[in-house]
Write a protein that binds this ligand. Structure first.
Ligand SMILES: C[S@@+](CC[C@H](N)C(=O)[O-])C[C@H]1O[C@@H](n2cnc3c(N)ncnc32)[C@H](O)[C@@H]1O
Length: 292
């Protein structure tokens, strides 16, 4: 198993020591403790050794993602319930940006609530599904890296979403900081950046690392998590049944072990007031309001 750079592993211990605060204010500017050079070397190693997230979704998860989510309608219903819980309402002709939108389980409810939605994702297949299902809703789909979302935005936004553990798909901690900073620059004052993600900061051990995701009589998806210091390798183990029997395919990619406290501190440093609460399906939800 390929580990992150040895020297960096020590530095990363401090990297997770950010203060979390919910609403508490901090005045210091948090800086990455990795050097840029080391981070870029780590990223290159990562690219070399792993199938990229884009590739993983294109070949492995994309084609079964809606099945995995329990079907389009059920997923959109859950997304709508989440938007209702957070009470996301447009001011007037407001723009919402859904980063890593997938097939639109939040983009569709946002558009139903009156937002014009920019749905950005690198997975063609999932965006195509959204295009087929959006009907006349004002949802623009963009196949691109979420880190360059600003080039597709011509006005300020009222809401930016990064839901369903998408933020952990970024390749390094610097990218997360960059994203937070750029979102704060496009949001109107009082606008909200809503993030849901899994807290991988505490490593699961032993059998806990095998997670049954979904199954029916023709398909079984199980996840196996392999922890390194700063990331977790997710192995998506897919069994599918056809006329010749069961077939196994495994695809793997990395997710960042983002600690909720660390993201809270980064948001706070970028001018957000952060509310932290339990999200759906065991995720952490951060509702960050731009206050300065
Ligand atoms: C776990 S899914 C979540 C999808 C959706 N937000 C939801 O809650 O159902 C992660 C999504 O992020 C997309 N994604 C991952 N990294 C990305 C990146 N750097 N830029 C754009 N999309 C990305 C994937 O293609 C996938 O659709």
């Amino acid at each position: 198993m390929d580990e992150p750079l040895g020297e960096d592993r020590v530095k990363l211990a401090g990297y997770f020591a950010g203060k979390c605060s919910g609403r508490k204010k901090t005045t210091h500017v948090m800086r990455p403790t990795r050097t840029t050079a080391a981070a870029s070397l780590w990223t290159k190693k990562q690219e070399k050794n792993m199938s990229s997230v884009r590739e993983h979704y294109a070949t492995h998860l994309g084609p079964i993602y809606i099945w995995m989510a329990g079907g389009f309608d059920a997923a959109v219903k859950r997304g709508a319930a989440e938007m209702e819980t957070i009470n996301v309402l447009p001011i007037a002709n407001s723009v919402a940006v859904d980063l890593g939108s997938g097939f639109g389980m939040h983009a569709v409810p946002l558009a139903n609530r009156g937002f014009s939605v920019l749905a950005i994702d690198t997975c063609f297949e999932l965006l195509d599904e959204l295009r087929r299902r959006r009907n006349t809703l004002p949802i623009e789909t963009i196949e691109d890296d979420l880190l360059v979302f600003r080039k597709h935005l011509t006005t300020e936004a009222q809401i930016v979403l990064c839901m369903g553990d998408t933020i952990t798909h970024l390749s390094d901690f610097e990218s997360v900081l960059q994203l937070i900073s750029e979102v704060s620059e496009v949001l109107m004052t009082g606008g909200r950046f809503i993030i849901t993600f899994r807290d991988y900061s505490l490593a699961l051990t032993g059998e806990q690392r095998f997670i049954p995701v979904r199954s029916d009589d023709r398909r079984i998806l199980t996840c196996f998590l392999e922890y390194a210091d700063s990331y977790v390798t997710v192995h998506d183990i897919l069994h599918e049944f056809d006329a010749s029997g069961w077939h196994l395919r495994v695809g793997s990619y990395r997710k960042l072990r983002l600690a909720p406290d660390w993201i809270c501190t980064a948001l706070d440093s970028s001018g957000f007031d952060v509310r932290r609460e339990p999200g759906m399906a065991g995720m952490v939800r951060l509702v960050a309001t731009r206050v300065r």
